[in-house]
Write a protein that binds this ligand. Structure first.
Ligand SMILES: Cc1ncc(COP(=O)(O)O)c(C=O)c1O
Length: 361
């Protein structure tokens, strides 16, 4: 399934949208009545999308990596915070299709989850560079860009943080088509609200475009986990529009979907706390509630989205209908061997393990 459900609905896309199948599709759609029965809480298990490293990046990367391979680049350069799930996914899935990954890392609060992710980067074979902040990211992209311009043999594919663009958001349009099919199979109505964590906004944009395209009567609640300067309503709607227009250019009939975008989006802005990567009491409480039902979340993205989702369910308690939570963080990856991997970490990252958190921010 995955994007193939989209291809089944618009057969022309099979030929016009390059795609490499990497994930486990469809991801399960489950009920969580122990957390909320009225409205019924549903969960889309994107965390299980790939056996080595799941989460929301897999659908995006099935399209991006196909583009990289088609253009003949042997290496992807991308960036993210120290605990970036995006760089991890590029490294894990890129390796599967024979590509090298270089990651540029900027600071974020260092906790156990971040440390574990840094060690996984080593395990997945990423080349790692610490660039401190957003300025460092921009300067390094410029450096690689110029390097490529003046040395055509240096073929590097520059991928923006989060891998969010019109092409990769098609993956989440596919996810909505897949979801719609699962709802019908399970005899469930369209959920009234769908909750997802929003960082660079590509996942939310794809979901929004998918909801608009299928005509589902669902409101997307995008839960912002980054400062307002990095993500606003306009960015999500504009990315969703670009993605729909890309579909149209590739031959699909998108009907009136673009007109429905604005009305289907609600941006949740009250769950960020002190900033990107900072823990909040609401997210910690949500992580514990989900843990009791056997669902493992983390604090940077899914915990905050779950906190918004629980507040919504509490407000609507006792009403019919359903609410969907999209679980976007991998839970399939193995625990890593700290003793074996820590010595292999580049020296510029060792401070993260020295017990002086945030000393480089
Ligand atoms: C676990 C998790 N959830 C949600 C997101 C947000 O995805 P996007 O950047 O497409 O908004 C990310 C992005 O890194 C993530 O790692």
């Amino acid at each position: 399934m995955s994007i193939k459900t989209l291809f089944a609905r618009y057969p022309v896309l099979e030929k016009t949208v390059p795609h490499v199948e990497l994930g486990n599709w469809p991801t399960p759609l489950e009920r969580l009545p122990g957390i909320s029965a009225e409205p019924l809480l549903l969960i889309k298990r994107e965390d299980l999308s790939h056996p080595l490293y799941g989460g929301n990046k897999v659908r995006k990367l099935e399209l991006i990596l196909a583009d990289v391979l088609r253009k003949g680049f042997p290496e992807v350069i991308t960036s993210g915070g120290l605990g970036s799930h995006h760089i991890l996914a590029v490294a894990a899935l890129g390796r599967e299709v024979g590509l090298r990954t270089t990651g540029l890392f900027f600071s974020q609060p260092v906790n156990e989850h971040v440390k574990k992710n840094l060690l996984l980067e080593v395990e997945f074979g990423a080349e790692m560079h610490y660039v401190r902040n957003y300025l460092g990211v921009a300067l390094n992209y410029l450096r690689y860009y110029l390097g490529r311009r003046f040395n055509p043999r240096r073929k590097t594919y520059l991928l923006m943080p989060g891998g969010s663009n019109a092409l990769s958001s098609l993956g989440y349009i596919g996810a909505v088509v897949e979801l719609e099919q699962q709802l019908r199979e399970q005899g469930l109505p369209d959920p009234e609200a769908l909750f997802v964590a929003a960082g660079t906004g590509g996942t939310a944009a794809g979901l929004l475009a998918g909801i608009a395209l299928t005509g589902m009567e669902t409101k997307l609640h995008a839960v912002r986990v980054v400062p307002p300067i990095l993500l606003g309503r306009r960015k999500i709607v504009s990315l969703a529009r670009s993605s729909l227009k890309l579909l149209a250019r590739r031959g699909a009939d998108i009907g009136e979907a673009v007109r429905r975008l604005e009305s289907r989006l609600y941006l949740e802005e009250g769950y960020l706390g002190e900033g990107y990567g900072y823990a909040t009491a609401e997210a910690d409480a949500a992580i514990n509630r989900f843990q009791e039902s056997g669902i493992r979340l983390e604090g940077c993205y899914t915990g905050k989205a779950a906190a918004a989702c629980l507040d919504y369910c509490a407000q609507k308690e006792g009403t019919a209908g359903s609410v969907l939570f999209v679980h976007t963080a991998s839970t399939t990856h193995q625990e890593c061997e700290q003793a074996e991997l820590e010595p292999k970490l580049p020296p510029e990252f060792r401070w993260c393990f020295s017990g002086s958190p945030c000393d480089k921010q």
